[in-house]
Design a protein around this ligand. Structure first.
Ligand code: 13P
Ligand code: SF4
Length: 403
């Protein structure tokens, strides 16, 4: 019997909050947490003294707490973190680099992950059992990851097995931006995890094992990667978790080469072909560089696409005087513009919208968790249960071996 059924769609709260910090002003400096709460966001509450501390006070306090902790703690920061947070990171990177890094940190007792929930979960899975991973604000999730709920994915997998036979007739690939449960499903079903750095290599890996891929949860990264690997657009179908059989017929599933979960990133789907055309009109020599979470049309209209680490390296290596219109999260774009004053670097979208969940790591949270560690208290530990972790580790280890 089929497990999936048609039901009413739900929109993750993280996606509803996405516009809360959008502005046309170029100014994204942190304010007190109290002030930031005033726009009506629902972030983790923390002691009132931290809520009221001014950014300069927090800065000095974090600096001191960090110095006292020395090598017992390592702070990791994803490129999308605010400047006021990333400056305290011992290591910065994209999802792939940070997961490699978390796997190699043997000396630190604590890993403070300035990023989002799925990244901290991955760090916990890949680090040693004695190490504790901390996410400064527990509500820092990812709206894309929220679009693939494990129960819906399990129902999808059961239906694929029902229609296509054992092992779902497909190799499951999940983007790093997914929960540990989904990584575990990939681990136990001969699947793999990918990041935006190695998605093509994981498709190669999967097609070396079978003729069909189930790609979760970002339809755009999946479609863009499929096209790069020579899969025909007509051979890729969408799985809508709110519809029976994902909105497909059994024949559609049998004929598909890639089944794309219907998830997306609310930051990267803001970029449009019109924005690219406007940038080309204004700057005829412009280089358009976007993240592969953007839509297929945007990636096709751009000159280059790649992970945040790729974007960073591409601009660093560019000649002075070159012009770069970038389609990714604004904290990274602004930082690249500041770091490369000899090049013109700007965001494709004139409305400045940070990733609302990355933005939830306000310096007050970093101060709070570091002060806790200095007092011997671990707050906001992220811990994945060992059964899930061991299956997820299988899929992550496959990812780390496929570069
Ligand atoms: P990368 O840093 O791996 O490119 O991923 C971008 C992203 O959206 C992380 O959530
Ligand atoms: Fe998730 Fe998009 Fe934010 Fe990345 S940028 S954490 S995919 S919502």
């Amino acid at each position: 019997m089929l497990k999936t059924e048609t039901k009413l769609p739900t929109i993750p709260i993280t996606e509803i909050e996405q516009s809360a910090f959008c502005t046309t002003d170029d100014e994204l400096s942190s304010r007190t947490l109290d002030d930031e709460f005033a726009v009506g966001v629902r972030w983790q509450k923390l002691p009132i003294e931290y809520m009221r501390m001014k950014p300069e006070e927090l800065d000095a306090r974090i600096f001191e707490a960090r110095a006292r902790l020395g090598e017992m703690v390592v702070v990791l920061g994803h490129h999308y973190q605010r400047d006021e947070v990333i400056k305290f990171a011992d290591f910065q990177g994209d999802s792939f680099k940070l997961s490699q890094f978390a796997a190699s940190q043997e000396n630190a007792d604590h890993i403070v992950f300035c990023g989002v929930h799925f990244m901290a979960e991955t760090a916990d899975i890949l680090s040693s059992p004695s190490q504790k991973v901390i996410l400064p604000n527990l509500t820092a999730g990812c709206s894309m990851a929220d679009m693939a709920q494990i129960d819906d994915v399990l129902d999808c997998w059961d239906d694929l097995e029902y229609v296509l036979g054992d092992n779902g007739g497909a190799t499951p690939i999940t983007y790093m931006n997914s929960t540990a449960d989904i990584k575990a499903l990939c681990g136990r079903n001969d699947g793999i995890v990918c990041t935006s750095s190695n998605a093509p290599a994981t498709f190669d890996w999967a097609f070396g094992r079978g003729s069909r891929v189930l790609f979760l949860p970002d339809q755009h990264l999946g479609r863009n990667t499929g096209l790069k690997m020579g899969v025909d657009l007509d051979d890729m179908i969408l799985w809508n978790p709110f519809k029976e059989l994902g909105g497909n017929t059994e024949e559609d599933l049998v004929n598909a080469k890639v089944i794309l979960w219907q998830g997306h990133c609310s930051v990267h789907t803001r970029f449009t072909v019109e924005q690219i055309e406007q940038a080309r009109e204004k700057y005829p020599d412009v280089n358009v560089l976007v993240h592969p979470e953007c839509t297929m049309e945007v990636v096709e209209a751009a000159d280059y696409d790649g992970s945040t680490e790729y974007i960073k390296a591409k601009i660093a290596d560019a000649p002075p005087g070159s012009v770069w219109a970038v389609g990714t999260e604004i904290s990274l774009v602004n930082r690249l513009a500041t770091q490369h004053p000899d090049k013109l670097v700007f965001c494709l979208d004139s409305v400045i919208c940070p990733c609302s969940t990355m933005y939830r790591i306000h310096p007050a949270y970093v101060s709070w968790v570091l002060d806790g560690l200095n007092e011997g208290v671990v707050v906001n530990r992220i811990e994945v249960d060992e059964d899930t972790a061991s299956e997820a580790r299988v899929a992550l280890d496959r990812m780390l071996s496929v570069v």
